[in-house]
Each structure stands twice: as C-alpha cells, then as structure tokens.
Write a protein that binds this ligand. Structure first.
Ligand SMILES: [Fe+2]
Ligand SMILES: [Fe+2]
Length: 298
C-alpha cells in the first residue's frame, strides 16, 4: 500500500482523547465485582489460543486441566502486561518531562499514565482473584525492562508500546464477547479494550509524526530496536512456569509451545494488525524483519 497514512494535528487528537477519557474511564475498585463467584467449566481465554492447544501434551490433558492451564496462561499474560505497563508509565513520565504542561498533548500523556496505573491494579486484582502467581516475564526480560524504561524513546518506543497494546487487545477482544469465557475476565478485558483504544490512537499518531523525521541510519536503528523489543515482549507473555499447574515440566511445555503451529499462528494473529500498520509507517522493514519472522510475529 502507498504511504497514505498522515498524522493529524497533535493538539486536536489529544483534545479528543481527553474528552473521550472524561466520558469513559473505569475504576477497578468500583466497576468490577471482585466477590462474584468464578464459574465452573468456563475457560479464561479461548482454548484454541492456549499455547499447547493441538499438541500431544494437550491431548493428554482433561477438560478441567485445559481450563486450569487457560487460567494460568491468562494470568501470565496479565502479569507480563502489567509489567510492561509499569515500564510504559516510566517511558511516558520521561516523555512528558520535556512537554509544555499546558498542551492537550502533555495532559493526555499524563491521563494515559493514570489509565495504566488503574490497569495494573486491575490485572493484579484479577491474578489474585484467580489464585495464580504473579508470573511476570523471565528474569533476563525483567532486567532488560528496567534498562529499556530508563533509556528508550522516539518512534521505536511508541512502536513497541503499540505491539504490546494491540497484540493483547486482539486476545482481549476475542474473549470479552464470548459467553463461554469467565465473566470476570470478560469484564476486565472490556474495560481494558475501551481505554486502550485511546492509547493506540495516541501512539499511532506519534509514530506517524516521528518516523518521517528520521534519517536512513536512524530509521534502521529504530527498526532493529522495535523488532528486538517486540520479540522480547511477545516471547515473554507465557512464562514457562505456567505449565507446572497441570504437571508439565516448564522446559518440556515451552519446547512444545514453540514448535506448535497453532501457537505460532496465534502469535501472528495477535500482531498482524499492528505489524501491518508499522510496516506502512516504515518502522517494520529492512533486515530486522528477520527477527520478527523468527519470533512468528509476521
Ligand atoms: Fe493498559
Ligand atoms: Fe495502554
């Protein structure tokens, strides 16, 4: 497709996003009934999106075990999402540091930080309610997040934010309208989808505004950074420790998931919209695409 995407006026976009935030924001303390019982027999994410779906290991699990694994996988995805939100808050705080606080653009960035604090609390409460561990990413990614949060900036930063937000958004949209899913996770996902739509708009505009300012070398550097960050975040979503909940050795479960064509397809499905946008914006392209291919993200 030709370069048809053009950024809109930053102040106009931010003003609209501020209005939308004032109309539709949620408080996890008030808007979710945490004492509502969990329903027996209902999965926590679509079973065909669980990492072991379709493998020999999956065939060896009872229906109860499959549902249990769906609970732990969504808890892992929520905990990694929460970890990324905390990194994102740090990135946004550093971003807004240099902006004129009177601008709608700065005020929307501050609003988004507020949204993410509530999301992180919401995901933490959901994990607690499910009785699952706060898995988070594996240690090297956890450490890398600290460095990334302190140093990252520019279009690849907003590009990486988009990958994390849009990929989880796809899974959440598939869950929120499905009556076979647990009502609690559907509610959590619905709230997140509504508020993330605004974040996606903000980050996409920022990418469209900033990429054309890069020279050739800078563009390649940002492409590489984006590809590596997208790989790290997407690969971290399912912590291998989740497999223990159904008696599967983490290494064995992880190896089966990585070799599983259904899981590879799920990764592509989660990221296809955002990688399409980023390719059109110029941030996905060149030799770094090999990283995204190896991660089954394109
Ligand atoms: Fe969020
Ligand atoms: Fe967000």
């Amino acid at each position: 497709m030709a370069r048809t995407l053009q950024p809109k006026d930053a102040e106009l976009v931010a003003s609209r996003l501020l209005d939308a935030s004032a109309r539709g924001s949620y408080d996890p303390h008030i808007d979710i009934d945490w004492s509502a019982p969990l329903e027996d027999g209902k999965a926590y994410m679509p079973l065909e999106r669980v990492s072991l779906y379709g493998t020999d290991l999956w065939r060896g699990l009872s229906q109860e075990q499959r549902i249990e694994l769906s609970k732990h996988e969504i808890a892992s995805i929520a905990s990694v999402g929460l970890w990324f939100e905390i990194v994102l808050m740090q990135l946004l705080v550093r971003y807004v540091y240099d902006l004129d606080p009177r601008s709608a653009h700065a005020q929307y960035a501050l609003t988004e930080i507020g949204d993410e604090t509530r999301h992180s609390i919401m995901f933490a409460k959901a994990i607690t309610r499910f009785g699952a561990p706060a898995y988070g990413p594996v240690k090297p990614i956890h450490t890398a997040g600290k460095v990334y949060g302190a140093l990252a900036g520019g279009p690849s930063m907003f590009g990486a934010v988009l990958v994390a937000e849009e990929a989880t958004d796809r899974l959440q949209r598939a869950t929120m309208d499905d009556p076979d899913m647990q009502p609690l996770i559907r509610m959590v996902n619905r709230i997140h989808v509504v508020e993330e739509a605004r974040h996606v708009r903000f980050a996409r505009e920022e990418v469209l505004r900033e990429v054309p300012k890069l020279n050739r070398a800078q563009l390649e550097a940002h492409r590489w950074l984006l590809a590596l960050t997208a790989f790290g975040v997407m690969d971290a979503l399912v912590n291998p420790r989740v497999y223990r909940c159904v008696g599967i050795d983490p290494r064995q479960g992880r190896a089966a998931a990585l070799a599983n064509p259904h899981h590879r397809e799920t990764r592509r499905w989660m990221t296809e919209k955002v990688t399409g946008f980023l390719a059109e914006a110029g941030l996905v392209g060149g030799p770094s695409k090999r990283v995204l291919k190896a991660a089954h993200l394109i």
